[in-house]
Design a protein around this ligand. Structure first.
Ligand SMILES: C[S@@+](CC[C@H](N)C(=O)[O-])C[C@H]1O[C@@H](n2cnc3c(N)ncnc32)[C@H](O)[C@@H]1O
Length: 398
C-alpha cells in the first residue's frame, strides 16, 4: 500500500520535494498533503496548492487530492472561482468527539454557527459562479430544546452571504440514534441544502431523471404512459358550463392535437386543466402565474411530462451507512446522498470539494463518477481511511 514512512520522512524533513511526494503516492488512490508539510519552507502557501492543482489537472484517473489540516486555513489558500461543486457534512454541534477536536466543540450554538459561517464564506469565494454547494447539517438538542441549527445557518447564509437556496432536501434516514425519551418523537431526518451563487448555475436534469416514460397500447388503442386516452377530458369539455362554445371548440381541437402527439410517441403523458374542473397546480394570482392567465383567457391548459422521466422529489429515502468504517469513524454519510448532487450539478470535467471529508465518501463517489476531487480534514487518521477507500477501488480495477 502507501509508502507512509517515506511521506512521513518528507513531512518531517520539510524537504519541499513536491514532485517526489506526488510520485510516491500517485498510484495508491490519492495524494495527501499535510497542511504543515512544508512549514519549514520559505513559501509553503504557494507550493502546496499549486502542486495539488497540477496533480488534479493532468492525471487521467480521478484520484482525489487530500489536505490534512483545518478546513478554513486550507480553503483560504484555494484560488477564487476554481471549484465547480462542494458537498460536505460538518460535525454536529456538541455531539461528536473527533480525534483532533475541531469544529463542533464550541460552547454555544451561536459560536458554532459563527465558525461554520466563516467556512461557508470561503466556500462561496472558491466556487465558480456556475457552482453548487450541497450542505448536510444535523441538529442538536440543548436543555430539551431542538436548536434549529440547520435553518439558523441557512438563513444567515442567505441574508448575510447572499447565497441562493434552491432546495431543502429532507433526508429520511428511517432510523435515528438511540433515543430513550418518552416525551417526544424519534428524530430520523436530516437536512440537505442546495445552495448556488448565481441564478445561472450548472444543472444537468437529464442525468438524474427517474422512470423514463413511454406511451402504451391498451385494448388496441395508444394511450399515455399513465393510461390517459382523452375520453374523460372530452366528456368534461362537452358538459362544462364554465366554457363558452368557442372555448369548447378550441379545447376539443387542441386535445385532439395532443392525443395525436401521444399516438406518435412525441410525448409520453399529459394532463389537461379545464376551468372549474381540475384543481389547478399554479398560483391563482394571474400576476405571478402564466398558467392562471391561460386558464382565465382560454379556459384550459396542458401539462406535458418529459419523455426522459421525472426529476427526483425533495424527500430522499436513504438508509444511514452505519456499518461502514463504524469502528474508525462514526459519522459517515451514505454514498447515495452524494450521487444526485454530483450528477446534476458537477460537470463531468469539474472539480469536487469536501472541506470536512472525514472518511472521504464525497471523494469516493466523485471518483466513481469520474470527477476529480479535493478532500480536507483535520484528522490524519480519517484522511488515511479516505485514501484507502479510493485506493481499494483503484486496486480492484487494475
Ligand atoms: C460529519 S464528519 C464528515 C463525514 C464524511 N461526510 C464521511 O462520509 O466520512 C465531519 C468531519 O469534520 C472533521 N473536522 C472537524 N473540524 C474540522 C476542521 N476545523 N477542519 C477540518 N476538518 C474538521 C472531523 O474530523 C470529521 O471527520
Amino acid at each position: 500500500m502507501i509508502d507512509k514512512d517515506y511521506i512521513t520522512a518528507l513531512k518531517h524533513r520539510g524537504s519541499g520535494d513536491v514532485a517526489a511526494l506526488i510520485n510516491a503516492q500517485r498510484d495508491v488512490g490519492g495524494v495527501v498533503f499535510y497542511n504543515d508539510c512544508f512549514a519549514n519552507e520559505k513559501q509553503p502557501d504557494n507550493i502546496l496548492l499549486p502542486a495539488g492543482y497540477e496533480f488534479l489537472k493532468n492525471d487521467n484517473p480521478a484520484y482525489p487530492v487530500f489536505y490534512i489540516g483545518d478546513s478554513l486555513t486550507v480553503l483560504k489558500k484555494i484560488p477564487s472561482g476554481s471549484i465547480d461543486f462542494c458537498m460536505t457534512s460538518p460535525p454536529y454541534w456538541g455531539q461528536r468527539c473527533y480525534e483532533n477536536g475541531g469544529i463542533g466543540m464550541e460552547h454555544t450554538p451561536e459560536h458554532f454557527i459563527a465558525n461554520l459561517l466563516e467556512v461557508t464564506k470561503e466556500i462561496k469565494r472558491v466556487l465558480k459562479d456556475s457552482g453548487s454547494f450541497w450542505f448536510n447539517i444535523g441538529d442538536t438538542y440543548r436543555n430539551k430544546s431542538l436548536q434549529g441549527i440547520p435553518w439558523r445557518i441557512a438563513i444567515k447564509m442567505m441574508d448575510e452571504q447572499r447565497w441562493i437556496l434552491r432546495n431543502d432536501v429532507v433526508w429520511n434516514k428511517h432510523k435515528g440514534a438511540m433515543d430513550s425519551s418518552a416525551d417526544k418523537l424519534r428524530n430520523i431526518h436530516e437536512m440537505l441544502f442546495h445552495f448556488v451563487k448565481t441564478s445561472n448555475y450548472y444543472y444537468n436534469a437529464d442525468a438524474i431523471r427517474q422512470n423514463p416514460q413511454t406511451t402504451v397500447v391498451r385494448n388496441g388503442a395508444v394511450v399515455s404512459s399513465s393510461g390517459v386516452c382523452g375520453i374523460r377530458y372530452r366528456r368534461q369539455i362537452e358538459l362544462s358550463t364554465a366554457l363558452s362554445s368557442e372555448e369548447k371548440e378550441n379545447a376539443m381541437r387542441d386535445l385532439q392535437h395532443v392525443l395525436k402527439k401521444i399516438e406518435n410517441s412525441e410525448i409520453p403523458d399529459f394532463r389537461m386543466i379545464i376551468r372549474n374542473q381540475q384543481r389547478a397546480t399554479h398560483s391563482d394570482s394571474e400576476k405571478v402565474s402564466g398558467r392562471a392567465r391561460e386558464l382565465k383567457e382560454k379556459g384550459y391548459y396542458f401539462l406535458f411530462y418529459s419523455k426522459n422521466g421525472a426529476l427526483p422529489a425533495d424527500v430522499w429515502e436513504i438508509l444511514p451507512e452505519d456499518t461502514q468504517h463504524r469502528e474508525k469513524h462514526y459519522a459517515v454519510y451514505p454514498e447515495d446522498l452524494c450521487k444526485v448532487p454530483i450528477l446534476a450539478t458537477c460537470p463531468p470535467d469539474g472539480i469536487v470539494l469536501d472541506p470536512f471529508c472525514g472518511s472521504g465518501t464525497t471523494n469516493k463517489v466523485a471518483y466513481d463518477l469520474h470527477r476529480k476531487s479535493i478532500g480536507i480534514d483535520i484528522s490524519e487518521k480519517y484522511i488515511d481511511i479516505a485514501r484507502q477507500r479510493v485506493s481499494q477501488l483503484h486496486l480492484n480495477l487494475v
